[in-house]
Design a protein around this ligand. Structure first.
Ligand code: KG4
Ligand code: ZN
Length: 335
């Protein structure tokens, strides 16, 4: 049987990524990160689009080269349809559409958040259905009930900020560069997580909220800086450890509640924030305590990457789920 070779492209935010998947195996996964946003403390959409246009051809060429294939071998081209920044999505989407048409191969549209979940099917061990996936990124915080590869239901979501945003915005208050999540993680490893107490929301259902926590950190810092102008520098590790501890606690309490309500013990985490060492550790500890089978993707498949787009596209390919060339790109898109 001929091999199924998929070229996948991800460009929903500030990473330009291309991957090649051969019969369900990711053989190359390359990402160009955009450093330009560090200066501005957040992603500047217009700059992100411009960087994507610069990066996309070299990244795709390198992914093809690294996979040791030629463009003639490609069976289908996949791309992130949404959600994300419109300009960024358009660069990857239009590139994929043109490429598929030039090669006379089918086109596959992929939902970015579904792809974060299906990153669990790149490597072993793979979860069994049904499983719960806490999907935590810069733009989303969701508990997803995953019934099958392409059948998912969001059973809890944030009503305001995403967990990644909570990390990045508190990092900004601490004068750390964007994206601050990984830096909070780094300093937190040296600090005392119980030193400062921050507020957690009281929400009955499976939804999340981070705005009260964020305001609490802001007022706390303002008060402390009034007494000691070097408060942040003097206590950075403990502040980061306490911030991380609170965000992880908010996430884990809801995940535990979801596991109890659904009686599911296959528990996964995905998305950029699943790279966080505190969250990874908390999931493993809960796994032991509650007898869960836990799943954490490799670091390269936690943050935005085309490998996860490719594996999702592979499962769509197996089910003959292709799209038309005129399919619209969507900045907002439900699961
Ligand atoms: O999934 P992702 O790469 O992009 C989106 O789809 O949003 O997630 C990016 C988010 C950012 O908010 C970033 O700060 C956060 O993931 N992040 C982390 C860590 N690594 C990435 N947050 C906390 N700890 C980390 N180690
Ligand atoms: Zn993402």
């Amino acid at each position: 049987m001929p091999e199924t070779i998929i070229l996948a492209i991800e460009s929903s935010c500030d990473d330009t990524s291309a991957a090649i998947c051969i019969d369900g195996k990711i053989v190359s996964n390359l990402t160009a990160n955009q450093k330009v946003h560090e200066l501005y403390g957040g992603v500047v959409p217009e700059l992100a689009s411009r960087e994507h246009t610069k990066n996309i051809i070299p990244v795709v060429a390198e992914a093809i080269k690294k996979a040791n294939i030629t463009t003639k071998d490609i069976s289908a081209v996949a791309f992130t349809r949404g959600p994300g920044l419109m300009g960024s999505l358009l660069v990857g989407g239009m590139f994929a559409k043109s490429f598929a048409q030039a090669l006379h191969v089918p086109l596959i549209d992929v939902h970015h958040m579904q792809a974060h979940v299906l990153a669990h099917f790149i490597d072993e061990p793979k979860p069994t259905f049904p499983f719960l996936c806490l999907t935590v990124s810069g733009g989303h915080t969701q508990i997803v009930l995953v019934k099958d590869y392409l059948e998912m239901e969001v059973i809890g979501a944030t009503i305001d900020d995403a967990a990644g945003e909570a990390f990045d915005k508190t990092a900004k208050m601490l004068k750390l560069p964007y994206p601050g999540g990984p830096l909070i993680d780094k300093y937190a490893q040296l600090g005392n997580p119980k030193r400062f107490k921050f507020s957690e929301p009281q929400i009955e259902n499976l939804d999340f909220s981070f705005s009260g926590f964020k305001t609490n950190v802001l007022y706390f810092l303002q008060k402390e800086i009034k007494n000691n102008p070097t408060f942040i520098d003097d206590n950075l590790n403990d502040i980061c450890a306490s911030v991380q501890h609170t965000i992880v606690s908010i996430l884990m309490k809801k995940l535990k509640k979801a596991a109890e309500q659904t009686d599911i013990k296959e528990i996964a985490i995905a998305g950029g924030v699943s790279a966080n060492s505190g969250l990874r550790q908390a999931l493993l500890q809960s796994g032991e305590k509650y007898n869960w089978n836990t799943y954490i993707p490799q670091f390269q498949y936690c943050t935005d990457n085309a490998g996860m787009i490719a594996i999702t596209a592979y499962h769509k390919y197996l089910q003959n789920k292709f799209c038309d060339i005129d399919i619209p790109i969507l900045a907002r898109m439900s699961m």
